[in-house]
Design a protein around this ligand. Structure first.
Ligand code: F1P
Length: 350
């Protein structure tokens, strides 16, 4: 097998995987997931590890945007080591959502046990199922079969499912319609930008800084993790405007700056990218619509051109980071299908 062949097959296979997930969600009684609990009367706490923690952050932003509820994300380890910091008020009405591709990650299962002992109901989101699906009374197991060690379609599918659930709870049929257009939109964009990202990845660099704001920030975190996991390269993530407050000192022509530009913050966010270009950085810009000035200042410019709400575009920004990370690894002579020091699931001996 060519290095990275499995991971690339799964990245390019996402349109059909998304269709299967959306189909399953359309047949599910999602209201049963919360039983007699009213979604708006709880604080939603999303929990995960690694990629699934960044997914938890994107899910929290989605629930707040779609449902108007208070929502936050925490790594499972914080609940195990600092539960009073995470749940300061034991009487507060919280609805924990445990996210795990494998359903087998030690920290997530330990949190599930803790919640069960405390009589706190939780929702489980998983692809493989395993113990998490057996422990929870309320579990969404998605039809995603992912062999590769790094999470790609599992991330985008589980995020899409959580956005679908929030839209369902808030009666936002238009948003669900928008999600249903994404598989064909990705099929339109992959042949256009896939080869360009692959070519862009053929350069060596010392550092990769990914910038984003709002609901796109967790996506920037995941893009940088994909580059680290798939190519053992140094990659960091920052809130775009925060990059001026010190981190820009790393800028040189050996640094790639990737900006995930939102529509609502485009003017302020793109100004940072233009500044870093002027300081000598190599630049990658992803946006729904690009202005000529930003396109001209980008070594690679990706324009999504989607007619869907901003929040529904999150998964469409991530795919290019998945492809980039994989090809950087291949160009460094590595095999992204078996990343250095990584296993598909992290289990910690008791
Ligand atoms: C989470 C995770 C992945 C990471 C690696 C190990 O797993 O940390 O994010 O890429 O595969 O496992 P899970 O709890 O979502 O199965």
């Amino acid at each position: 097998m060519q290095p990275g062949a499995t991971t690339l097959r799964e990245i390019y296979g996402q349109p059909q995987v998304w269709r299967n997930c959306l189909q399953q969600l359309s047949l599910m009684d999602l209201d049963a997931l919360v039983g007699d609990k009213s979604p708006a009367a709880h604080e939603w706490v999303f929990v995960g590890c690694g990629t699934s923690y960044y997914l938890a952050q994107a899910a929290a932003a989605s629930f707040t945007t779609l449902l108007g509820v208070t929502a936050r994300a925490v790594p499972a380890s914080e609940i195990l080591l600092y539960s009073s910091l995470v749940f300061p008020d034991a009487k507060a009405a919280v609805f924990p959502v445990l996210i795990s591709r494998s359903g087998h990650t030690s920290e997530v299962l330990q949190v599930a046990e803790l919640l069960q002992k405390s009589g706190i109901e939780f929702l489980g989101i998983t692809c493989d199922g395993n113990e998490l699906a057996q422990m929870g009374r309320r579990t969404v197991k998605l039809p995603v079969v992912e062999e590769s060690t790094v999470m790609t379609s599992s991330f985008t599918s589980m995020l899409m499912a959580l956005q679908y659930i929030a839209a369902k709870f808030s009666g936002n049929a238009k948003f669900i319609e928008a999600l249903n257009t994404l598989p064909q939109e990705l099929e339109r964009l992959l042949p256009i930008y896939g080869p360009l990202v692959e070519k862009f990845a053929k350069q060596s660099f010392d550092d990769f800084a990914v910038l984003a704001q709002g609901p796109l920030y967790p996506v920037a975190s995941e893009v940088s993790l994909k580059v680290m996991e798939s190519s053992s390269s140094y990659a960091q993530f920052f809130h775009t405007l925060e990059f001026r407050h010190g981190p820009k000192s790393i800028i040189s022509d050996r640094v790639v700056v990737g900006a995930l530009l939102s529509e609502s913050g485009y003017a302020q966010e793109s100004a940072v990218l233009l500044e870093m270009k002027a300081l000598g950085a190599r630049t990658l810009a992803i946006a729904n619509t690009l202005t000529p000035k930003v396109r001209a200042a980008s070594d690679l410019a990706i324009e999504l051109g989607l007619a869907v709400p901003e929040l529904a575009r999150l998964v469409m920004y991530l795919v290019w980071g998945q492809i980039f990370g994989c090809h950087v690894g291949i160009n460094k002579g590595m095999d992204p299908d078996s990343p250095r020091h990584l296993s598909r699931v992290v289990t910690i001996a008791e």
